[in-house]
Structures are given as structure tokens and as C-alpha cells.
Design a protein around this ligand. Structure first.
Ligand SMILES: Nc1ncnc2c1ncn2[C@@H]1O[C@H](COP(=O)(O)OP(=O)(O)OP(=O)(O)O)[C@@H](O)[C@H]1O
Ligand SMILES: [Mg+2]
Length: 210
């Protein structure tokens, strides 16, 4: 595949969506290349329906493995419909979350098991791995505080009902993934100003996807 597949990861409120928004115009101007920002389910109508099932606040009886399987299913559909075609055209694709999120949230924090979640995602993606993952590192408490502050412009969903302890586990899992995948994952200190975080992400991408 010709393009460059970048994923942005990190706990809730780390700044993933804000960073991507700022990165896209900067990158496409510098590289004179199309940059596609996406997020599962990314406008795939099937993946969209799967996501509705996952996030519906009424689905309190959702089993953890069901949730993990649904994420993997939505991920595959989005990958096949959106990400792979864009990469084949040589685009840079930046995805707001990918497999690492499932490993951290469902695998570790929810307790399904990272190996188990990795296995279903290997099936879903046919072992496709990002060329580069930027991990926006922030303490769980700080990320949650940012979300509280900006609440008016963000929808409330079922996953927000989780305790601080859950989000701390998510961060622990990310740090473990970082340690295990030093060739793929680059950590960025996301407690810095947005401008600084964007600049650091930009520098890493220009070095690795050029
Ligand atoms: N570096 C930063 N410093 C201060 N505030 C920030 C920074 N980056 C983002 N924010 C603010 O924090 C809030 C969360 O940011 P954002 O939605 O980009 O995070 P996210 O990682 O996408 O979160 P989620 O996982 O919930 O989607 C927003 O209100 C945003 O304006
Ligand atoms: Mg976001």
C-alpha cells in the first residue's frame, strides 16, 4: 500500500480530535498530498449502526465480549470501505483511535484480556498495523477535567459513565502498549498546550511518513 496510515491514541480528553483537526491542513500544505482524517465508524453506514449499538445509554446489559466484537466488526467495515481505498490512492490517513483503543479499553480496563482482544482484531484487520501511532499521554484525571470543561460541545455517551479508576487503567494499558511497541508508537506529552502538542505530532509525522 502506498499511503501512510497514522493512528492517534490516548485516554479520553487527551486532545486527539483537536490535534487531528489542526494537523490535517498543516500536513496537506506541507506534503502537497491529500490527508484524510477519519474516525471509526467514519460514515460507513454499517459501521455507523454498529457504533449506535455500542454507545446507546440504554444498553446497560451489554456483555464485555459483545462490546469488543462489535468494535472489531465496525473497525473492519470502516477499514475496508474507507481506510484501505484511501491508502491505495497514496493518501495519508489519520485515524482518531484504532486497535490500541480496544486493547486498552476492552482488553485491559474492561477486563476482557489484551490477548483476547488482540486476537479478534487481528482477524478483523487481517493483521494490518498502522505505520505510525501517536500516543497522546495525559493523566486520566486531567483528561477527564478537560472533557468536563468542554462538555457543551461534546455528546454524552455510555462510556462516560465510567469511574476515574477505569480511565486510569486505560492509561496504564497505553503505557504498556508503548513499552511493547517502541518501533510503532511514539508518545507525546499531551499536557502541553495544544499548539505544542500539534507541533510535536507534526514533526514526528513529517519524519516518518515522508
Ligand atoms: N493541549 C490542550 N490543552 C488544553 N485543553 C485541550 C488541549 N487539547 C484539547 N483540549 C480541550 O480538551 C477537550 C477534549 O479535547 P478532545 O475532544 O480533542 O480530546 P479527545 O482525546 O478527542 O477526547 P475523546 O477521547 O473523549 O474523544 C476539548 O474541550 C479541547 O478543547
Ligand atoms: Mg475525540
Amino acid at each position: 500500500m502506498k499511503g501512510c496510515f497514522i493512528t492517534i491514541e490516548g485516554p479520553d480528553g487527551a486532545g486527539k480530535t483537536s490535534v487531528i483537526q489542526a494537523l490535517v491542513p498543516k500536513l496537506s500544505a506541507a506534503l502537497q498530498q491529500e490527508v484524510m482524517a477519519t474516525r471509526e465508524p467514519g460514515g460507513s453506514r454499517i459501521a455507523e449502526k454498529i457504533r449506535e449499538l455500542i454507545l446507546d445509554p440504554e444498553h446497560t446489559e451489554m456483555d464485555e465480549r459483545t462490546e469488543a466484537l462489535l468494535y472489531a466488526a465496525g473497525r473492519r467495515q470502516h477499514l475496508v470501505e474507507k481506510v484501505i481505498p484511501a491508502l491505495e490512492q497514496g493518501q495519508i490517513v489519520i485515524s482518531d483511535r484504532f486497535v490500541d483503543s480496544s486493547l486498552a479499553y476492552q482488553g485491559w480496563a474492561r477486563g476482557v484480556g489484551m490477548k483476547e482482544v488482540a486476537a479478534i482484531n487481528a482477524f478483523a484487520t487481517e493483521n494490518m498495523s498502522p505505520d505510525l501511532t501517536l500516543y497522546l499521554d495525559i493523566e486520566a484525571k486531567e483528561g477527564l477535567a478537560r472533557i468536563q470543561k468542554g462538555k457543551a460541545d461534546r455528546q454524552y455517551d455510555r462510556l462516560d459513565q465510567e469511574e476515574l479508576a477505569f480511565h486510569e487503567k486505560v492509561r496504564d494499558a497505553y503505557l504498556l502498549l508503548l513499552k511493547e511497541n517502541p518501533e510503532r508508537i511514539v508518545a507525546i506529552d499531551a499536557s502541553q498546550t495544544l499548539e505544542k502538542v500539534v507541533q510535536e505530532c507534526y514533526t514526528v509525522i513529517m519524519k516518518q511518513c515522508n
